[in-house]
Design a protein around this ligand. Structure first.
Ligand SMILES: [Zn+2]
Ligand SMILES: [Zn+2]
Length: 460
């Protein structure tokens, strides 16, 4: 059954948090470095379990299906080609490596079978069998060859060991190599077609040990049984046919193992950061956590972090607004009151006059006749809210010469006050008083010119 993420309606839920009883999407869980083997809920920080992922039955319940997998019409050519190519190679051990060429279609199909469960596709098909068209993309070939390379090198070394040194030593080397093979294949699927991906191989062994054991046993069984069958038919059949049997067996086990690895990708891929069909998570963790906390109504938790942010120099206007909003939602009015001055500084720096005006109005409701301390900020705000709230301009500036007689820009402030009184309230007498005060106090030529301009404008 499909379920949607609690906090992203419309996005399929991929995880379930037992603690909160919530279905969550990939955005709403935390996994370190794309590795979700310890995915955690962003709300409660407890581990979450994968939800709605394909079949969760253990791999060994489906062993028969993997062993039958290569026996289907679309994959038979891969078996046949390897058999035929192996048959035409002269029966000299030194030419054994050439027989590998017959495996190329099998390598391609194997990669396509696994990629079907690992890569994001626009259309999500279930239980789709690979076709020849899948091999033509070219994209998968690098991965296919990187998956084939370690198997070929190690198995050729084992065969050489069997031929020239000791059968048992060769079989053991091949067996050990095959134990690791599923992990190497999975690493290429998960991390992409680069040799560096192999470094992640141990992850796949240890994060799903039971299923990995099944995959490793299929790989070892394939190697040992193929070697045994070839050693038996060697004495019965001509060399070319023996080689054909070897080629066909190689293709059969190769594709079986690909089917097992595909099943592992399907049931554990999410732990490894794979999420076919869904967009990758690109939003930073902090933002995603905040979204979840806000959606869940845990404003107190968000406030803890936003209060920290506004204490730093890096805090932006948006950070301040959010912090103020959270304080308002949570009814923490005394904290809000304490932050009025620094918040106003930020608003003034950003020229956000409507909000600055609101903050001052709110503060004056708490404490009548409150005004920002400092003449410079009063003048800045007065300039900003001139059209918005002329009454506030008057409040901000009217007694400046008493409170701050040494303020350098007193002339400019009173010019603005006179202009406000004259133009917004029609109080030309009062305005004239302030103009005279400026004339009397300030010698600046620029101010005198502005005074004259104002008087001329009013006289007309
Ligand atoms: Zn979500
Ligand atoms: Zn939770």
């Amino acid at each position: 059954m499909n379920r949607f993420c609690k906090y992203h309606p419309g996005t399929d839920a991929l995880w379930f948090c037992k603690h909160d009883g919530l279905y969550l999407c990939q955005q709403c869980v935390d996994g370190r470095d794309d590795n979700y083997s310890e995915a955690r809920c962003l709300l409660c920080n407890q581990s979450v379990e994968p939800f709605g992922q394909g079949s969760t039955a253990p791999l060994w319940h489906r062993l028969d299906r993997f062993l039958q997998y290569p026996i289907q019409l679309s994959l038979l050519p891969a078996l046949l080609i390897w058999a035929v190519v192996a048959a035409v190679i002269p029966p000299i051990p030194a030419l054994l490596a050439l027989a590998v060429l017959g495996g190329i279609p099998a390598f391609g199909f194997a990669q396509a079978i696994m990629a079907d469960k690992a890569q994001s596709r626009r259309h999500y098909h279930r239980q789709r069998t690979p076709r020849w068209q899948d091999l033509s993309s070219g994209l998968g070939w690098a991965g296919a060859l990187l998956q084939a390379a370690p198997a070929i090198v190690l198995l050729l070394a084992s065969m050489a060991l069997m031929t020239w040194v000791s059968t048992v030593a060769g079989l053991v080397l091949g067996g050990v190599a095959m134990l690791l093979m599923p992990a190497l294949w999975l690493s290429i699927q998960v991390h992409g077609a680069t040799p560096g991906a192999w470094a992640a191989a141990p992850t796949y062994i240890f994060s799903a040990p039971r299923d990995y054991l099944v995959a490793a046993l299929v790989a070892v069984l394939g190697w040992l049984s193929s070697a045994a069958v070839v050693m038996v038919v060697m004495d019965v059949l001509p060399a070319a046919l023996t080689q054909a049997v070897g080629g066909a067996l190689a293709a059969y086990w190769w594709l079986s193992l690909a089917a097992v690895c595909a099943a592992m990708l399907e049931s554990h891929g999410r732990l490894w950061g794979l999420n076919p069909g869904a967009p990758r998570v690109t939003q930073p963790l902090a933002e995603r956590r905040e979204h979840v906390l806000l959606c869940a109504g845990r404003f107190d938790k968000v406030l803890l972090s936003s209060a920290k942010v506004v204490k730093t120099k890096k805090a932006s206007l948006a950070d301040w607004k959010k912090n103020d909003h959270l304080l308002a939602i949570l009814g923490k009015d005394s904290e809000r009151q304490q932050q009025v001055e620094p918040y106003l500084d930020v608003l003034v720096a950003a020229n956000d006059w409507p909000v600055a005006l609101q903050v001052i109005t709110d503060q004056r409701a708490r404490e009548s006749n409150w005004l920002p301390a400092g003449p410079a900020i009063r003048l800045s705000i007065a300039k900003g809210v001139y059209d918005l709230a002329p009454k506030m301009v008057v409040n901000l500036l009217k007694d400046l010469h008493q409170s701050y007689p040494d303020f350098d820009d007193l002339g400019e402030a009173y010019l603005l006050l006179a202009k406000t009184l004259g133009e917004k309230f029609g109080l030309s007498g009062k305005a004239e008083q302030y103009l005279r005060f400026v004339e009397h106090k300030c010698q600046s030529a620029r101010l005198r010119m502005q005074i004259n301009e104002l008087r001329q404008a009013w006289a007309d």
